[in-house]
Structures are given as structure tokens and as C-alpha cells.
Design a protein around this ligand. Structure first.
Ligand code: SAM
Length: 226
């Protein structure tokens, strides 16, 4: 039966692709890619010669129904994003939901994603956690931070290097400067770095240098017993 495969791809180190990801990318009829140029480089590296089509946040609304009809007609698709697991702060959710609504089988392969290594490396409690992805940039940002101030679970945020200091300063304001955090930068890449400490210690560390690369911030939950 035809279906939609969700295929995670490396977040830096190409050695992190799984054998099954390669197999599925070779076998499906069409690979839906967030950016066909980025995915072409990956496919070339693994000698995968397959059909590519564009599927990104700007056309996702329009194409989901059409893809569903094609799957119903017997075509099997794999969805990939530029890096990591599709639908995790990446396009994919709308297509997956449309498939589910139409009783089409969706199979997500396990594989690379940035937030799991960041959480595990942090050394912060990981028995319960919440993934917050990117904070709203303007509207709703303060409200979200206020809501999260009393969140008892470890929180995970994606952030750009340009906004790291601004975000850490806001964390200090809403969560208190003594809260433990961990900033993971360039996971799986040559310059991978995990910086742990209180919010003010981590601000001091990053204030002294130009922040570059991709970043995940992990924040200890609130101790509401105090
Ligand atoms: N789908 C991806 C995943 O499964 O993690 C996330 C895509 S989102 C558009 C990109 C964000 O993920 C980056 O801004 C950064 O916060 C995080 N990220 C991706 N790769 C990373 C890496 N190698 N190291 C640290 N953070 C990374």
C-alpha cells in the first residue's frame, strides 16, 4: 500500500543518516523536499538518484490535498526537510494531518533531530520535558515567557545565534538569573559546544564572543516548592 514516509536527515554530521533512511529515499516514487538544492547535495553524497519535488511552508497549504490524491492513486512519497526531522519546527505537519484525515498511512523513521541530543547533553532532568521550538519573535513573546516562568518541566527552545543574547536576557528577567541552563551549539559538527551554568554565567560566556552557528537552549524547570 502506498504511504507517506517521514525521513529525518543529518543535522550536521552526514554519518548520522540511517541505513533505512537511505533505503527509503531510494525506493519511494518521489522525495518531497523543503529545499530541493539542499536535498540534492545530500542525495548525491549517498548516490541516491530519485525524483525530487518541492514541499515547503509557502506551498504546503496548496499541495497537501494533491499529494494525498496521488498517494491514494498509488504513489509513495518520502518527506525530508533541510535538516533533522520534518515537522519538528519544519514543514510537514499540515501534510501529515491531511494524510491522517484521509486514512493514509504515515510512517516516521526515527533519526536525527537537534533537541534530543541537546536535552541529553544538558544534564538537566529529562524524565519530563517540554519542547517549545522557536519563541514568537514579536507578538505573544512576553505572554509565552510569562506562562513558562512556572513551568516545572525542563524546557527546550530553538534559537538563532543573532537572538541568543537577547533571549537569554529575557530568560533571566522571566525565569531568574540563577536558573540552570545549557546552550548547545553546532551539534554533531566540528565546533560542537555545550555551555552549562546559571543563566547569568552563560550570558557572560557568550557576551565575550561573536555567536555563530545553530543553537538549542535547554532550561531547568521552575522549582515551585519555594
Ligand atoms: N527539524 C529540525 C530538527 O529536527 O531539529 C529543526 C529545524 S529548525 C528550522 C532549525 C533549528 O534547529 C536551528 O535554528 C537550531 O535551533 C536547531 N538546530 C538544527 N541543527 C542544529 C545543530 N546542528 N546544532 C544545534 N541546533 C540545531
Amino acid at each position: 500500500m502506498s504511504k507517506l514516509y517521514i525521513v529525518p536527515t543529518p543535522i550536521g554530521n552526514l554519518g548520522d543518516i540511517t541505513l533505512r533512511a537511505i533505503q527509503v529515499l531510494k525506493q519511494v516514487d518521489v522525495i518531497l523536499a523543503e529545499d530541493t538544492r539542499t536535498t540534492s547535495v545530500l542525495l548525491k553524497h549517498f548516490n541516491i538518484d530519485n525524483k525530487l519535488a518541492s514541499h515547503h511552508k509557502f506551498n504546503e497549504h496548496k499541495t497537501a490535498k494533491n499529494i494525498v490524491e496521488r498517494i491514494q492513486a498509488g504513489i509513495t512519497y518520502a518527506l525530508v526537510s533541510d535538516a533533522g526531522t520534518p515537522a519538528i519546527s519544519d514543514p510537514g505537519f499540515l501534510l501529515i494531518r491531511t494524510c491522517v484525515e484521509n486514512n493514509i498511512e504515515v510512517e516516521c523513521l526515527p533519526g536525527p533531530t537537534a533537541f534530543i541530543p541537546a536535552l541529553v547533553n544538558s544534564g538537566l532532568p529529562n524524565d519530563r520535558f517540554c519542547f517549545e521550538g522557536f519563541l514568537p519573535q514579536k507578538k505573544g513573546r512576553q505572554k509565552r515567557l510569562k506562562q513558562l516562568a512556572d513551568e516545572p518541566r525542563t524546557m527546550i527552545f530553538y534559537e538563532s545565534p543573532f537572538r541568543l543574547i537577547k533571549t537569554l536576557l529575557q530568560f533571566s528577567e522571566f525565569f531568574g538569573c540563577e536558573r540552570q541552563i545549557s546552550v548547545s551549539r553546532e551539534l554533531t559538527k566540528i565546533y560542537e559546544e555545550n555551555v552549562r551554568g546559571t543563566i547569568s554565567e552563560v550570558i557572560n560566556y557568550f557576551n565575550e564572543k561573536k555567536v555563530k552557528g545553530e543553537i538549542v537552549i535547554v532550561v531547568h524547570g521552575a522549582d515551585n516548592k519555594k
